[in-house]
Design a protein around this ligand. Structure first.
Ligand code: PBG
Length: 310
């Protein structure tokens, strides 16, 4: 009876699994602040994607850590860049068996650690747009399915859509980090991806956590610009915005349960203060209940395992 009346379901098919690939890395390297998450060398990517796919998880989200950084973020749009290499390798090996999504941002690739191009002490929005478009295009040439702009530059969806269409990549979809909040929940990720800003913060381009109308406006803007999937990020402290986005719009809604959310659970679980599996289950179901169609989560693999077993 409880199964019959259960309103919300969760399955490995709801997950997008983040994968960190690092250039010139010799062996898998643990991320200190994210227990059980590793950065992988290119050679280990196929094995990892195979494990993810065998768990019934339909998609990965690639993040690259380049060896070379400069002010323009050149490695981000290098056709031989680490993300591009990973995409084409996965495509060759897996064909259409897994959805390849890739982050489109500059902070891992710029010497400033900012998501856009810095001029003086400001982010140059429009110059950043051109670089983001070049990055998306080079990922498309490598064979990506979905580009996922996370830089929070105004106009990024429209610019990327146009660049993709003009080059014939009309089938490449866009999942935008539409309402990405300026959040302290990202700090473990910055440790994982080496992308902390070298000065200042991201307040001038990310949404303040005090503002929900502004977040909804960001979602609306992305829809107007032709986005395919919108995203609310982080997830747990922003369930109200997931619900509001679901209520107002008919586009697919993704939620990103970010590194800090993962680290909180892992930290407390390692002390024996909480039951990791039970908490993970409750968090993921809550995000679905709020209205997310899919969840980018570092719990993708362990959660897929326990869902298969239950
Ligand atoms: C890059 C990016 C960040 C995250 C995803 N893409 C970091 C940031 O904006 O500082 C955070 C993801 C996470 O914390 O899991 N712009």
């Amino acid at each position: 009876m409880r199964e019959l009346i259960q309103e919300t379901n969760l399955s490995p098919r709801d997950f997008i699994c983040p994968v960190f690939v690092q250039e010139d890395l010799k062996t898998r390297t643990k991320v200190d602040s994210m227990s059980e998450i590793e950065r992988l060398p290119l050679e280990d990517i196929n094995e990892e994607v195979g494990i993810i796919s065998d768990l019934g998880i339909p998609a990965i989200m690639l993040f690259g850590i380049p060896s070379y950084k400069d002010e323009k973020g050149s490695s981000a749009f290098d056709d031989k860049g680490i993300v591009q290499k990973a995409i084409s390798q996965i495509r060759q090996n897996f064909g259409d068996k897994i959805v390849i999504m890739a982050d489109v941002c500059l902070c891992q690739f710029t010497s400033t650690g900012h998501c856009g191009i810095v001029q003086g002490n400001k982010i140059d929005n429009d110059e950043s747009l051109a670089v983001l478009a070049k990055t998306a295009l080079s990922q498309a040439r490598a064979g990506v399915d979905t580009v996922s702009p996370s830089a929070m530059m105004d106009g990024q969806v429209a610019t990327i859509r146009k660049a993709l269409d003009d080059d014939g990549f009309t089938d490449v979809s866009i999942m935008s980090h539409s309402a990405k909040h300026r959040s302290s929940f990202y700090s473990p990720f910055r440790d994982a991806a080496e992308c902390a800003p070298k000065f200042g913060d991201r307040k001038t381009y990310q949404v303040p956590f005090t503002n929900s109308r502004e977040a909804i406006m960001e979602v609306q803007t992305d829809i107007n610009e032709g986005v395919d999937i919108v995203m609310i990020k982080p997830a747990l402290s922003y369930l109200d915005l997931i619900a509001e986005t679901r209520r107002r719009f008919d586009v697919p809604v993704a939620a990103y349960s970010v590194s800090g959310e993962y680290a909180l659970v892992k930290g407390a679980a390692s002390k024996g203060w909480i039951n990791e599996k039970d908490i993970t289950e409750e968090i993921l179901y809550s995000i679905k209940r709020a209205g997310a169609d899919m969840i980018v989560t570092y719990f993708a693999k362990p959660a897929a395992k326990f869902l298969q077993e239950s």
